[in-house]
Design a protein around this ligand. Sequence first.
Ligand SMILES: *[C@@H]1O[C@H](CO)[C@@H](O)[C@H](O)[C@H]1NC(C)=O
Length: 329
Amino acid sequence: MARFPALLAGLLLLAAAGTSTAELLRVQHRPKDEGSLAFLVIGDWGRKGSHNQSEVADQMGIVGERIGSEFVISTGDNFYENGLTGTDDPAFYQSFVDIYNAPGLQTTWYNVLGNHDYRGDVEAQLSPILRAKDSRWVCFRSAVLNTGLAHFFFVDTTPFEDKYFTHPGKDTYDWSGVLPRDKYLSDLKKDLDLALKESTATWKIVVGHHTIKSMGEHGTTVELMDQIVPILEENKVDFYINGHDHCLQHITSIDSKIQYITSGGGSAAWRGNIKPWSRPEEMKFYYDGQGFLSVQMTKDEASFVFYDVFGEVLYKWAVTKVAKLYSDA
Ligand SMILES: *[C@@H]1O[C@H](CO)[C@@H](O)[C@H](O)[C@H]1NC(C)=O
């Protein structure tokens, strides 16, 4: 049932993620207007409407319509507790299709995978069968999304975290397509670095499920701090956007220009497990409850707004691009 077939027109999958080519999947999204971009970011959501998921969805719809949102980015943990059982899992309708049904959300959804998604059938979420059921759905492990003004680099962060391999406890993870892990991670880092180096976009945004800087329950992911942050810093990434901690937060960097943004308030939140951030001057905003993020950009400015479950603005900020006086070359 292709409910919104026209939407696929704006979406062009340029290359398949071949294992032999060691190249990131390239996706092109033509913006409505060359000079600006508007989108929403949500994470950690699929609970069949419970835990305020439906309330957040309704407010996203209102804001999405108001700002002319062109797509939604999902930072992962798309289906709780254990991903999808397969492409026939009714949770796809119960947690996605029937929840995000507002007119303002009828755009492409670019989804990455979270650790809970890896507890189910990963291939099901990546499958074009889901896109045939609802043409908004696009999910990949890692990819580059080119919107002209901004390039988004989606990184599959779950395989980086050691504890899922060394201490899985009672959880089972679907690592098909990831093993051997060392090669998967080293290829991914190489490909990410290369794609960032090739990018001439005004805004470079890296998206992954796991936290890099966070004062929430999971805190810092040391594997990403060690292995991904050097790549982000070297390539002058503007923003790293993640979920995983069920909160909304904004942390800057005193030693680089990278801003770390968590949008993981799609359903269950209010964990109450907040740790002080070691560099208080970097901590700009933390909210422990449900909500989502909107982003509007031009070549000169990116503005961000966090909303709560009632659609009230919790916090907003803007980042300005300083015009380059000299070329880097
Ligand atoms: C839903 O949101 C309201 C308002 O923030 C909050 O008081 C309530 O605890 C939330 N419910 C759940 C289950 O988190």
